[in-house]
Write a protein that binds this ligand. Structure first.
Ligand code: PGA
Length: 245
């Protein structure tokens, strides 16, 4: 079985890079062979202040731009916050919601993630809902239950883009095994239906991207650290491109 569509590769730059480096990296990505021959679909998620600059670089190419977060309100007295329509206005087409760093460090609970997910849709953005279990939940045999509960708390039954990112694999160098990832991906797909696009995230590197994506249950990848340098990210795109349908 091969993938139904070209793999989706999302670069989550988090709070890294400066504007000039972000533009240079976007230029290198646009010029990469895997993007040129349309064997991958790519989304870049820069920090808010660089969205517009990165969007200008990728305009008219296979590469799109995503926000890393949004506020659920449209406008108002929310100092420091950014709304979905503001993101859309920069050229973003997608937005991450519920990343584990937002959940753990900024207190985004399921209710907040749900509101953000709905707000993204209202603004015409495609939300990428991030879910994933802690090490304690995995060790307790609860990984699948935790992940499906996180999905149901936010978007029950809605075909959507889900990024499965086990918390213990993010930024730790400890990638889930293909079997661990495939099991959760299959459970998510059974739960949401064939329309769901399920990405894997957590310590994806040029060395493991190809084998992760060779698993038919894994429709794409969400890459943090290895998306910050052209060398590693272009190698990931090249590996992903070989998995195109
Ligand atoms: P990582 O981050 O690739 O550095 O593990 C992934 C993510 O947090 O989206």
């Amino acid at each position: 079985m091969t993938h139904r569509t070209a793999p989706l590769v999302v670069a989550n730059w988090k709070m890294n890079l400066d504007g000039r480096v972000a533009e240079d990296l976007a230029r290198a990505i646009v010029a990469s062979p895997a993007v040129g021959d349309r064997s991958v679909e790519v989304l870049l998620a820069p920090p808010f202040p660089y969205l517009e600059r990165v969007a200008a670089v990728v305009r008219g190419t296979q590469v799109g731009v995503a926000g890393q977060d949004l506020h659920w309100e449209e406008a108002g007295p929310f100092t420091g916050a950014v709304s979905g329509s503001m993101l859309a206005d920069t050229g973003a087409t997608h937005v991450l919601v519920g990343h584990s760093e937002r959940r753990e460090r900024f207190g985004d609970d399921d209710e907040a993630v749900k509101r953000k997910h709905q707000a993204a849709r209202r603004a015409g953005l495609d939300p990428i809902l991030c879910v994933g279990e802690s090490l304690a939940s995995r060790d307790a045999g609860q990984a699948t239950n935790v992940v499906l509960a996180q999905i149901d708390a936010v978007a029950p039954g809605t075909p959507t883009i889900i990024a499965y990112e086990p918390i213990w694999a993010i930024g730790t160098g400890r990638v889930a095994t293909i079997t661990q990832a495939a099991e959760i991906h299959a459970a998510i797909r059974r739960h949401l239906g064939a329309g769901a696009r399920v990405l894997y995230g957590g310590s994806v590197t040029p060395d493991n991207a190809g084998s992760l994506l060779s698993e038919p249950e894994i429709d794409g990848i969400l890459v943090g650290s290895a998306s910050l340098a052209a060398t590693s990210f272009l190698d990931i795109l090249a590996a992903a491109g070989t998995q195109a349908p």
